[in-house]
Write a protein that binds this ligand. Structure first.
Ligand SMILES: [Zn+2]
Length: 487
């Protein structure tokens, strides 16, 4: 066989449709042509797929790779620019296509961006195999199943296997190129959604579903991949939610039977996935009297790593109202930092704090504070192995910062959203988090590497905000009804 010519492209965005504003072209990190090939062997899914491609001796035809962090609805222009750039690079003859996708991308006009791109791509390349890898937080669709041949989902959350699954998908494509067998995908979407906090694969329901999916894969040689897709419930689309996808070269009936079995198992265990964070009033009652050591209050509704603005005022208001001593919180508020730049140090000033980033929040909180100090907000990471290091390298730039105090509460105001994954964020500002009684982190799970070692206890708190675990509090308009847990 001559070297197969395999077209590579990447499109990766988890779209949170309840966030304000839009995601623009400038928010994407874009690789073109030969720059894509430089990822070969790195820790990304694309890097893994390219490494496998090299091992099989494919002629890789790179095109474009667009990636952005989770954020608001994507501007239509981004999709059209992506397609223009991709279509210009499709040669007359290709033997296969390999895609690196997220699977939960939404634009101003399209609920199913990946389905649309697959449709356009299919028109160009004809009946060649289309394979690839995607994030288990995808909102998969019938269109994606009809137009692709074999897409493989991550099987771990947190995603420690993105690269490994990308390599598996490339192995399966090699099998298809060698045997000339081309699988088809079958999809089933039970009427279920789970908040991201309920989709960890160490716990049920995902643990049980993953285990059963692997058994089905082992028991059916005609199944090339059995995917458990947890969905991304913060994207409000007709296909949002849990689904299952099987790529098979066998008959349709056994695939449908397996999909039905997985869907039934998900329905049986649905309540375990509907994790809820204790209401604010309950959490504040549990907070006091304060025990010795540090209590970490976790606010998933304003999870910066999930795309939230990091300026929610839910817990800020509670700390002020309950006059909690020796406490600290970071709020992203560039406007207030700018105002404070001309204020007198140690002077009293009335400022308005946070509450701009989400219509679900109560809005800015007006507060009398003392300005302690200001800084340029740059800090050296203490943990170079952290999630933050993988995003930012050795240093992080919080932008200009101001530290203010209201009674027992210290507030760090930043100008760039700063995921709370490194204690250098506080120590660089002259604040020792371990000596506090209470600290707020705007995260869901990923902060634990930094905070577990210094925390005496950790309390998760439900407040209004775009990354809330309480899906019923979100203003859904497009999800297919009825659906659990809304109905
Ligand atoms: Zn994910």
């Amino acid at each position: 066989m001559t070297r197969p010519r395999v077209l590579f492209a990447g499109l990766f965005h988890e779209t949170h449709t309840f966030l304000e504003g839009t995601t623009a072209l400038r928010d994407f990190q874009i690789l073109r042509d030969g720059d894509m090939l430089r990822c070969a062997g790195d820790s990304s899914p694309l890097g893994g797929a390219l490494e496998t491609a090299g091992a099989y001796g494919w002629e890789v035809l790179p095109t474009v790779d667009y990636r952005a962090s989770p954020s608001a609805i994507v501007e239509d222009g981004v999709i059209e620019t992506f397609w223009q750039e991709l279509s210009q690079r499709i040669p007359a003859q290709v033997d296969a296509v390999y895609l690196v996708l997220h699977g939960a991308m939404v634009s101003q006009s399209l609920f199913d961006v990946e389905g649309e791109i697959l449709a356009r791509l299919r028109k160009h390349v004809g009946a060649v195999p289309i394979f690839g890898v995607f994030d288990l937080h995808a909102n998969f669709t019938q269109r994606m199943a009809d137009l692709a041949n074999c897409l493989v989902a991550y099987r771990e959350n947190p995603h420690t296997d993105g690269r490994a699954m990308a390599r598996l998908a490339a192995d399966l494509l090699q099998r298809s190129l060698t045997t000339r067998d081309v699988p088809r995908m079958h999809w089933r979407h039970p009427p279920l959604m789970w908040p991201p906090t309920g989709t960890g694969t160490a716990d049920d329901p995902m643990h049980a579903l993953e285990a059963r999916a692997r058994e089905l894969e082992a028991g059916h040689p005609e199944f090339w991949a059995v995917n458990v897709v947890a969905g991304f419930s913060f994207a409000d689309t007709p296909d949002t939610g849990v689904s299952f996808v099987i790529a098979t070269t066998g008959a349709e009936a056994p695939a449908n039977a397996a999909l039905l079995e997985l869907s039934t198992l998900a329905e049986q265990r649905k309540t375990a996935g509907n994790v809820s964070d204790p209401h604010l009033s309950k959490a504040m009652a549990a907070l006091q009297p304060l025990p010795p050591g540090l209590t970490v209050l976790v606010e998933p509704s304003d999870n910066i790593g999930g795309g939230a603005p990091g300026d929610g005022t839910g817990l800020l208001r509670a700390l002020v109202q309950h006059r909690i001593p020796n406490a600290a919180i970071a709020i992203n508020d560039p406007e207030t930092v700018r105002r404070l730049s001309s204020a007198r140090k140690n002077g009293q000033v009335t400022v308005s704090i946070g509450g701009h980033g989400s219509r679900l929040d109560e809005g800015p909180l007006s507060l009398d504070v003392e300005l302690l100090w200001t800084s340029d907000g740059k800090f050296e990471l203490e943990d170079k192995q952290s999630h933050l290091a993988s995003m930012a390298g050795d240093r992080f730039d919080m932008g200009p910062c101001a530290v203010v105090r209201h009674e027992g509460l210290t507030i760090l105001l930043t100008s760039n959203k700063t995921p709370p994954f490194d204690l250098g964020q506080w120590r660089s500002q002259g604040i020792e988090p371990a000596s506090l009684s209470v600290i707020v982190v705007k995260a869901a799970v990923a902060h634990r590497r930094a905070y577990d070692p210094i925390a005496a206890r950790m309390l998760w708190v439900g407040t209004p905000g775009p990354c809330t675990s309480n899906l019923r509090s979100l203003p859904y308009r497009h999800v297919r009804r009825p659906i659990y847990p809304l109905d």
